[in-house]
Design a binder for this molecule. Structure first.
Ligand code: FES
Ligand code: FES
Length: 216
């Protein structure tokens, strides 16, 4: 059914579609706000649920961790992964769980500016480190990071499930190498699998954010 704007002639059907997709992409790259149902598609919760609820995981201990510049107090099981803590205890669901075994990169975060798979890091081990998730890469007033803006401009995401990890890897790259070559960007993002195959657009996003030439 045509939208009111379409009926009024203010937007063509093509413009409607493009705007809607760009708005959706903006939400995805800003906070990883892809439908949480994707987690079930990837089967990530199967392993997490058992870990969360099971007393076999041991006794929780209250610890402090520095996440996105804030000290957060949280009860953590001995075998609890950082991805679990971030998503299910701190509400930072921009960090996605795909494989939950260090293969896909959906859960990528920065620890002291170095990328790590948060599904493969125990929360207890990050107590003296600075954790940055996709929610923490932008400005203090919610401004998008240049990488996020470039991913929007290049329409990089397709389904968006891998986007948070791609953003964090790209931000970490530009921190240590502000003018990467396309090959260097490819290497930096090589740990982030995209089942939609949107690699070309993500690379264009990184190059755009770095002020480098993109590829058609
Ligand atoms: S969820 Fe796949 S690497 Fe962590
Ligand atoms: S955009 Fe769908 S998995 Fe990457």
């Amino acid at each position: 059914m045509p939208s009111p704007l379409e009926i009024s002639g203010l937007r063509t059907p093509e413009e409607e579609l493009r705007l809607t997709r760009r708005e959706l992409i903006k939400r995805i790259v800003a906070s990883g706000a892809v439908a949480s149902a994707s987690t079930f598609v990837y089967g990530g919760l199967a392993g997490c649920g058992s870990q969360r609820g099971s007393p076999a995981g041991g006794v929780e201990r209250l610890i402090s961790i520095n996440v996105n510049g804030q000290v957060r107090r949280v009860d953590v099981l001995p075998n609890e992964t950082l991805a679990m803590t971030l998503r299910y205890k701190l509400g930072l669901t921009g960090t996605k769980l795909g494989c939950d075994r260090g293969e896909c990169g959906a859960c990528t975060v920065m620890l002291d500016d170095v990328t790590h798979y948060s599904c493969s890091v125990l929360t207890h081990s990050v107590r003296n480190r600075k954790v940055i998730t996709v929610e923490g890469v932008g400005g203090p007033s919610g401004e998008l990071h240049p990488v996020q803006q470039a991913f929007i401009d290049e329409l990089s995401p397709q389904c968006g499930f891998c986007t948070s990890g791609q953003v964090v890897s790209a931000v970490a790259l530009l921190k240590r190498n502000p003018k990467p070559t396309r090959e260097e960007a490819r290497m930096a993002l090589s740990g982030n699998l995209c089942r939609c195959g949107a690699y070309h657009n993500y690379l264009n996003g990184v190059m755009r954010a770095a002020g480098q030439e993109t590829s058609t």
